[in-house]
Ligand binder design. Structure first.
Ligand SMILES: [Fe+2]
Length: 309
């Protein structure tokens, strides 16, 4: 079976290709060396995420280069200002925002329970749990979501915890278990999102790989959803086995699967890592209603490119 990655140019040397076991072994060793074992190790306190000091920026970037994600913590949880995610992103080269049909006008989405939107079948606007996924897994090849941020203005009264897994760690676990899983997940027809019939969005069917290598940066990109509706996996044994292996990893209690509940003023900045969310409960009578801002970008966090490390 042939994969669909061109071997031309610098990509030919990518550690993510099965043809380069030596480069992979070196990359893997350096990746795992000093890798954080708990979500608290990802947290960096900053005074104002809209205007980081050089030292704060450096700390955030150092963690992102290791784990593809960082949690910043400000003490201004009450500040409902979309300039926080916008200006934070800009400081990391994140300028090309994805917009979707339900995003607010400025393409930074307010995630909160909204009856009208949730009635249309969009789970992110309800309080139900969200299964493991990467954002925009249904986007076309030209509009892949390489980075995203979540900023918590107000946590829920109860619940709403995220689990987070670096796609490069998922890649390592899968490749360690069976390199053929990587070959299956790099196939251009590994997963297909059928044409969208439920939201009236008229989106065409989208097929693509789970893992791909971004030609511009050499970085690993991942598309995934644990949903079983509205997703068709390639119908062969190795793809099925790879999907099951990934499900086992995501359901595990491995320390590299981080769990964190964003508190007021905290946010996640990441290269679109795998994530889920537990269900949550608002306490409307007491004014405790969860509000998070989400920004999705076509850019990757500047300074985290595989080619640059
Ligand atoms: Fe998400």
């Amino acid at each position: 079976m042939k994969h669909n990655i061109s071997l031309a140019g610098p990509l030919a040397l990518s550690p993510f290709l099965l043809e380069n076991p030596g480069r992979y072994a070196r990359w893997r060793e350096s990746k795992l060396s000093g890798y954080p074992k708990r979500a608290e190790m990802l947290v960096v306190e900053v005074a104002d995420a809209r205007s980081l000091s050089a030292a704060e920026h450096g700390k955030l970037l150092t963690i992102c280069r290791k784990t593809n994600m960082v949690i910043y913590a400000t003490s201004r949880g009450d500040l409902a200002d979309k300039e926080i995610p916008r200006q934070l992103g800009e400081q990391f080269g994140l300028v090309h925002l994805d917009s979707n049909l339900l995003a607010d006008e400025d393409a930074i989405t307010s995630l909160q329970v909204v009856a009208e939107k949730s009635g249309r079948g969009y789970i992110p606007y309800t309080n139900r749990r969200l299964l493991w996924h990467t954002d925009g897994y249904y986007n076309s090849t030209g509009q892949q979501i390489r980075a995203m941020s979540l900023h918590c203005v107000r946590p829920a009264a109860k619940g709403g915890e995220n689990a987070l897994l670096d796609p490069e760690i998922a890649y390592i676990f899968l490749r360690d278990e069976n390199p053929e899983y990587i070959r299956a997940f790099m196939a251009a027809d590994a997963m297909t999102i059928p044409a969208n019939e439920e939201s009236g969005e008229n989106r065409a069917a989208v097929s693509g790989p789970v893992f791909s290598i971004d030609p511009a940066t050499g970085s690993l990109h991942m598309r995934y959803t644990a949903r079983t509706r509205s997703i068709e996996w390639k119908a062969d044994d190795v793809t099925r086995a790879a999907v099951q292996a990934l499900e086992r990893i995501l359901a595990s209690q491995l320390p590299l699967v981080f769990r964190h509940r964003l508190t007021a003023g905290q946010g996640l900045l990441c290269n679109n890592v795998l994530h889920n969310r537990t269900e949550f409960a608002d306490d409307v009578d007491n004014g405790i209603t969860r509000l998070l801002y989400r920004a999705r970008y076509y850019d990757r966090i500047r300074g985290t490119e595989t080619n640059a490390t």
